[in-house]
Design a protein around this ligand. Structure first.
Ligand code: GLN
Length: 451
């Protein structure tokens, strides 16, 4: 049924870069066979899932939304993919994304944009717009995203779906193409809080193949999602997540959510996290710096695209030609920014200062979590904007992640879930919940209470 749905609507939505029809049917049949033999089935047996094209899949193309990896077929599965297969999930295909996960609208994909199912002329968020759009258009029951600065939560917000960025290190990064290694985090996307929890439980947990993977039990997310409640909880509203640039309808729905939390028995506390105002600036030094290092491996020799290799050129020239053709404008912009910020003499002024701001943000969170159990905010300042509106204005695009970036810098867990439609445009608004690191279950407890 899901494959038929994809055939019927994905021409308009363009959520998928690659549909693995044969593979999906084979996995589904394998589940049927297991069931017929009376064998124990995995916890998500037969559930169809859409996978962001940033995870390596053995024998199936993995492009990361870039021309530079076109034609590359990975020889191995990411740990997350292995876990999905062990849970008997049916992987439908790979979803569209901003090139190397850099963007907030999926317009930076080398393979054309994804359209928001609520209004096809609008963006589905990014970088994981394909995954969120596949859920909102009922082409998949579950999806996987990655969140470096908001790429799970912001697409969830603008498509009326649920997205969770687990605690940094909670889900293995092995086989997840690196953008900014100290921020990147894979996580679940779904249409309900409980669905997200069921997927979270399957993909999370220690992986010796990822040196930053947390060696601790997975927080009890499913139990929390089944027992939603905020009674007796203290919930913080951060002053810095408001003001100029926030759409009236987003603020209205957010205020109603805060009211609902109070009615359900939470104590709401207003607090200040003064360093959050500098989060965006710190992020746009740290993320490009790490990206300039990570993307050095795409040299035209090891993977995918190779341009100008006709025997007359040096390896260096082939690398330069391949990168010129294979990388898009935003990726080039970030590599140049990052290379500059890391260059000798500038390190302390840029990367070093950004790391200090990062520490201040982490301390703001620590102080806040001494007073409250979770923080809430709008996920993103506006609803889905029109395709094309911000492509020529990187700063306007970066503002979409104003509220999501602090949690990445500090490594906290955070969720976005729908909290109604903005009255002025009828488009979905997202409520963000942020919990301390390793307390991912609190997101689900609160999310399930207000869903
Ligand atoms: N939009 C942010 C960026 O462009 C976040 C991307 C992400 O989370 N992968 O970097």
């Amino acid at each position: 049924a899901h494959l038929a749905r994809i055939e019927a609507v994905d021409e308009k939505v363009h959520a998928f870069l690659h549909v693995d029809r044969e593979g999906a049917l084979a996995q589904a049949r394998a589940v049927d066979d297991k069931r017929a033999r009376g064998e124990q089935l995995g916890p998500l047996a037969g559930v169809p899932l859409a996978l962001k094209d940033i995870f390596t899949t053995k024998g199936i193309p993995t492009t990361v939304g870039s021309k530079i990896l076109e034609g590359w077929i990975p020889p191995y599965d990411a740990t997350l993919v292995t876990r999905l297969k062990d849970a008997d999930v049916v992987i439908l295909g790979k979803t569209n994304m901003d090139e190397f996960a850099m963007g907030s609208s999926t317009e930076n994909s080398a393979f054309g944009p994804t359209n928001n199912p609520w209004d096809l002329t609008r963006i589905p968020g990014g970088s994981g717009g394909g995954s969120s759009a596949s859920l909102a258009s009922f082409q998949a029951a579950l999806a996987i995203g990655t969140d470096t600065g908001g790429s799970i939560r912001q697409p969830a917000a603008v498509t009326g779906t649920v997205g969770v960025k687990p605690t940094y290190g909670g889900v293995s990064r092995y086989g997840m193409v690196a953008f900014s290694s100290s921020l990147d985090q894979g996580g679940p996307c779904a249409r309900t809080v409980l669905d997200a929890a069921l997927l979270h439980e399957v993909i999370a947990g220690h992986d010796p193949l990822d040196s930053t993977s947390i060696d601790a039990p997975v927080p009890p997310v499913v139990e929390a999602a089944r027992n939603g409640s905020v009674r007796g909880m203290r919930i913080g509203v951060v002053k810095e997540f408001s003001g100029e640039g926030y759409q009236a309808g987003v603020v209205q729905r957010f205020n109603e959510s805060v009211e609902l939390l109070r009615e359900l028995g939470a104590e709401v506390v207003e607090l200040s996290c003064p360093s959050f105002d500098k989060a965006l600036a710190a992020y746009y030094l740290i993320a490009p710096s790490e990206c300039s290092s990570n993307l050095a491996r795409f040299d035209g020799l090891r993977y995918g695209l190779r341009v100008g290799d006709d025997g007359s050129r040096s390896a260096e020239d082939v690398t330069a030609l391949t990168r010129a053709e294979g990388f898009g404008a935003e990726v080039k912009r970030r590599i140049m920014l990052g290379t500059y910020a890391l260059s000798s003499g500038y390190y302390d002024a840029y990367y070093g200062s950004a790391q200090k701001v990062r520490t201040l943000i982490t301390q703001d969170f620590q102080r806040a979590f001494e007073q409250v159990d979770v923080l809430v905010s709008p996920t993103t300042p506006t609803t889905a904007f029109p395709i094309g509106e911000r492509v020529d204005d990187p700063m306007a695009m970066y503002l979409a992640d104003l509220c999501t970036i602090p949690a990445n810098l500090a490594g906290n867990a955070a969720m976005s879930l729908p909290c109604g439609l903005a009255p002025e445009d009828g488009l979905p608004v997202g409520l963000q919940i942020i919990a301390p690191a390793l307390a991912d279950d609190r997101l689900y407890k609160v999310g399930a209470a207000v869903e």
